[in-house]
Design a protein around this ligand. Structure first.
Ligand SMILES: Nc1ncnc2c1ncn2[C@@H]1O[C@H](COP(=O)(O)OP(=O)(O)O)[C@@H](O)[C@H]1O
Ligand SMILES: [Mg+2]
Length: 358
């Protein structure tokens, strides 16, 4: 899968632009505030139906418009194409896939798998478990299509249980406990299996960029594993009723990245942390490429801000060989490094929201 053409309407300072992309590397350079991150954001919105920079969509919509639109023609396997489109006005979301309206954001995510690396990506290892859970679930979601249904059932059971806890209607709670335990256990085992497959791919990639030994990924289920999940729910019922929510379960799941048995974020330098996060993200793509032979698009915003000169060259080599489409931005062409060894790429200049092929 790769983006063949991209049409952006009213995203930040991009009023209306069309871009034809290469299936391989695509470089976008331009001064600060020219619209490079806006371009990355537009692609991200098409695949994820949300921004990565703003919690709400309103600030993303160009000031002179009341809605934004992003559409693209996506190359699939066997010469097939998909036409994807999304329109957002801050209140409603309209998704179209091949002229058919869809209600599901997951349809977009399957049609256009995206991986984003940007200057705040290190937060994956530096903040609370929410981003890591999302990271894990993204990986499981793309490597096993059955996961989405299981995850949704788990979420539904959790929501129902929490609302019974809040209203103190405990007579029905046993039904939802059963559902929560059944689907929650499957969610947890999917995450663990994923981490097992993922770890060797990650350590291999990380070894290209960071000189740290003893990398380990340690899964956290979200409940005390010395008791089974059902027992935990029963033991904690009183506490759950008091606070009005379920304390333990896969919604509290996480993973730790350890370096010689120490938490990476407390041990390595900021630069190394960034490289480890980049490796985690590239490893997710690599695992899917190993499994399916194709991936959507890697979005790499502010390439130079993330990497020193030596690592930029290494990462570029890796990206050129990995077989995924890539969109990379920087303020100057020099920041991309020596491109003479690459034969198949496109270069674009971004200026005041206008994008021109060079
Ligand atoms: N809703 C909006 N409407 C119009 N312009 C916006 C909006 N939001 C941000 N901008 C402007 O868009 C420009 C591009 O920002 P950005 O994509 O972050 O630039 P870059 O990544 O190239 O540094 C900035 O000048 C910013 O002020
Ligand atoms: Mg930017």
């Amino acid at each position: 899968m790769s983006l063949l053409t991209l049409d952006i309407h009213a995203v930040r300072n991009i009023q209306h632009q069309s871009v034809c992309l290469a299936p391989t590397l695509n470089f976008f350079y331009g001064a600060n505030a020219s619209g490079k991150s806006a371009l990355i954001e537009a692609i991200y919105i098409l695949g994820r139906a949300k921004s990565f920079r703003s919690a709400s969509i309103k600030p993303v919509i160009n000031f002179q418009h009341d809605h934004l639109v992003v559409t693209a023609l996506i190359a699939q396997s066997f010469g097939l194409t998909n036409h994807l489109g999304i329109q957002l006005d801050g209140k409603t979301i309209e998704i179209h896939i091949n002229q058919q309206a869809s209600q599901n954001k997951s349809d977009l995510a399957y049609a256009l798998p995206l991986q984003l690396i940007h200057p705040k990506s290190y937060e994956l290892l530096d903040t609370g478990p929410h981003l890591r859970r999302e990271f894990l679930d993204w990986g499981v979601f793309h490597s096993d299509e059955k996961f989405l249904t299981i995850w949704r059932r788990f979420k539904k059971a959790l929501t129902q249980r929490n609302s019974l806890l809040k209203t103190k209607q405990l007579s029905q709670i046993g039904v939802w406990d059963k559902e929560l335990v059944y689907y929650g256990t499957i969610v947890d085992s999917h995450r663990r299996q994923y981490l097992e497959k993922f770890t060797p791919v990650f350590t291999e990639i990380a070894s290209n960029f960071v000189a740290v030994e003893g990398l380990e990924l340690f899964p956290i289920s979200g409940w005390d594993l010395s008791r089974n999940f059902h027992q935990v729910l029963q033991d904690e019922l009183e506490k759950d009723v008091r606070y009005g929510f379920t304390h333990s379960g896969p919604h509290r799941g996480d993973f730790q990245l350890l370096v010689n048995q120490r938490l990476a974020k407390d041990f390595v330098s900021r630069g190394q942390l960034k490289l480890l996060v980049m490796s985690l993200k590239l490893a997710q793509v690599q695992l899917l490429l190993n499994q399916n032979n194709h991936f959507g698009c890697i979005l790499f915003d502010d390439f130079a801000a993330e990497l020193d000169v030596i690592n930029r060259a290494k990462v570029l080599r890796y990206l050129a060989d990995c077989g995924s489409q890539v969109v990379i931005t920087a303020t100057d062409t020099d920041h991309f490094g020596d491109l003479s060894c690459l034969d198949n790429y496109k270069m674009f200049h971004v200026e005041h929201g206008y994008i021109k092929p060079v």
